[in-house]
Structure formats: C-alpha cells, structure tokens
Design a protein around this ligand. Structure first.
Ligand code: AMP
Length: 143
C-alpha cells in the first residue's frame, strides 16, 4: 500500500461506519465516530474516525481535519476523567511504512500509566467484557 492511492470502501473501518461491522461505540456525530480499539496497546485505547472517505491525514479535507482534532481532544479529556491515566498518547499513522494497517483515517488515543509498558501495536484481541466496562466509563465521562 503506498501513501497515496484509491480509497477502498471495503476496509474494516468503512464497514463499521456503514454499520456492517460491530464496534463498541463511544460517541458519534455528523463528523466522526469513536470506538474502542479491539487490539489495544493499553486499557482504554480508543480510536476517532472522521466519516469522510480519506485514507490518511494527507487526504483529509482541512475542515474535517480541524473538526476531527476537536473530537480527539474531547475524547482524550473523557478518557482522562474515566480512567485517570498518568499520560495519554495521541497518534496517527500515514501509510504502511509508518505503521498504518487500516486505510481509513483515524486517530489513536492511548492512555498510559507510570511504569506500565504499552503493548505492541495491533497485538492480541482484548476481552470484550473489559472493553465494554472501559467504554461505559468513557461514555459516562462524555455525558
Ligand atoms: P493503524 O495501524 O493506525 O491503521 O491502526 C489500526 C488500529 O485499528 C489498530 O490499533 C487495530 O488494533 C485497530 N483495529 C483493527 N480492526 C479493528 C476493529 N474491527 N475494531 C476496532 N479496532 C480495530
């Protein structure tokens, strides 16, 4: 996969956006949807996806980029309130050599705790019950 290319609407995040694949949703509006990462690098790892069909940040329209980062900030604050991490990584990969594996633009929000190493990117699938519990806390903090 090169950095530029055609958007493939069969990618897993496109399917989640269309409701064709499941997700543990945290919020959604006309700009973006946020849900739990099912292969998390830490408890509470979640993703913000702009709805716009863009493979990466370089393809995204500036108005959507601006709106999306506001949603990222809102969700990061809710994660802080809900899970009380010592730090939060916000990251975003563009192109396979940069680490991107799903080619629909998305931002990672990854809570971190002192002296707790983060897991590998896209490693094992999390326990769904734990993800749902974390999601409930984050949703409450968003309310
Ligand atoms: P990236 O490497 O930036 O493209 O990140 C893709 C992320 O999506 C990884 O952190 C995966 O764990 C996550 N992921 C892949 N499939 C799903 C899915 N069906 N639901 C939630 N997260 C997913």
């Amino acid at each position: 996969m090169s950095l530029s290319g055609t958007y493939d609407d069969q990618n897993i995040f496109a399917k989640i956006l269309r409701g064709e694949a499941p997700a543990i949703t945290l919020f959604e509006d006309d700009i973006a949807i946020a849900f739990m990462d099912i292969f998390p690098q830490s408890p509470g790892h979640c993703l913000v996806l702009p709805r716009e069909q863009a493979r990466n940040l370089l393809d995204l329209s500036p108005p959507t980029a601006a709106a999306a980062i506001q949603r990222v900030q809102t969700l990061a604050k809710a994660v802080e309130t809900a899970l009380q991490p010592d730090g939060i990584v916000v990251t975003q990969f563009n192109g396979a050599p940069a680490g991107q594996t799903v080619f629909h633009i998305h931002f990672h929000i990854i809570p971190c705790w002192e002296n707790v190493p983060r897991g590998r990117h896209g490693a094992g699938q999390a326990d769904m019950g734990e993800l749902k519990t974390q999601a409930e806390k984050i949703r409450s903090a968003l309310a």
